[in-house]
Ligand binder design. Structure first.
Ligand SMILES: NC(=O)c1ccc[n+]([C@@H]2O[C@H](COP(=O)([O-])OP(=O)(O)OC[C@H]3O[C@@H](n4cnc5c(N)ncnc54)[C@H](OP(=O)(O)O)[C@@H]3O)[C@@H](O)[C@H]2O)c1
Length: 253
């Protein structure tokens, strides 16, 4: 893996595979931030955020190592309900390689998964709800279907209300999770959820994998929804390369 932002890219990494520890150091959350929301997304060269309803065809082994590292550093993974339904989300695992680092940072063994949903159309028999190491959270609005909120609570799921209607107010969701001590936040999309975090100016950082693939078609981009009045500016924080994949990290400026 090559660090394209290092003064001498060949010296810092070269073609050697970075250890998960090195990746974790490189992707560490800022220590002084009260709350930090980063997104991790993959895009094809022509801007597709999915292929055949999944992001996996755009991904690579190194992309999955970085995906796992970002989870290993996070307190909470925030994800839209459609991604949970389409990608068959499972609970986050406790991984030995991150155990010491997490304990030192006062974190539990794995990040909680927080699902954003207005419908609560969720299969409560999934391992995400029945076998999580850390209880899965559901973020919804006060106007969401009361019977489904009750069913989720009966199944032991913690339902947090972060909106007055059925929908979640993205900035409120971020604040609510931070109040619970979940301040190192990671969103894994999907595009409709990321579009809302972007519009609410709640997104601090984007970890974007540029996949050396073209898909054509009409797939969503990584952020979808109403256009912003003005584009939000981000600055490059780091750029790694492996096998033609670019792993960039941009921070809002
Ligand atoms: N390229 C990548 O890195 C990447 C990452 C993740 C996903 N994906 C792909 O993206 C696709 C799914 O993404 P998507 O954009 O269609 O959906 P999504 O953002 O994952 O989920 C949309 C759903 O989330 C809930 N939601 C979103 N905003 C909400 C709000 N403000 N309040 C309450 N609920 C809210 C709603 O759930 P309810 O319908 O339950 O109300 C909505 O239908 C999949 O194909 C997946 O493979 C790609």
């Amino acid at each position: 893996m090559t660090d394209m932002t290092a003064p001498n890219a060949q010296v810092n990494g070269g073609d050697r595979e970075w250890s998960l520890d090195e990746l974790a150091d490189s992707y560490a959350y800022p220590v002084d931030a009260e709350v930090w929301l980063r997104a991790n997304m993959v895009s094809s060269l022509d801007g597709a955020g999915q292929h055949d309803g999944r992001s996996q065809p755009l991904s690579s082994e190194t992309d999955m190592r970085i995906f796992g590292t970002l989870r290993g550093l996070a307190d909470v993974v925030i994800v839209g309900a459609e991604t949970v339904r389409l990608e068959g989300y499972r609970p986050a695992r406790a991984r030995e390689v991150f155990a010491e680092r997490r304990a030192a940072a006062g974190q539990g063994p794995a990040p909680a998964i927080a699902i954003v949903t207005a419908s609560l159309d969720l299969d409560l028999a999934l391992p995400l709800f029945t076998e999580p190491l850390v209880p899965t959270l559901v973020l919804t609005g006060a106007g969401a279907p009361a019977d489904r909120i009750a069913a989720a609570r009966d199944a032991g799921v913690e339902v947090l209300l972060a909106g007055d209607g059925a929908a979640v107010d993205p900035a409120r969701a971020v604040a609510l999770l931070a109040e619970r001590g979940l301040r190192r936040q990671l969103t894994e999309g999907g595009p409709r959820l990321l579009g809302q975090f972007t519009a609410a100016e709640a997104l601090d950082e984007l970890c974007l994998t540029l996949s050396p693939t073209m898909t054509a078609g009409d797939a969503q981009r990584i952020a979808h929804g109403p256009s912003l009045a003005l584009p939000t500016r981000f600055g490059l924080a780091s750029l790694l390369e492996q096998d033609g994949f670019l792993f960039s990290r941009y921070r809002r400026i």
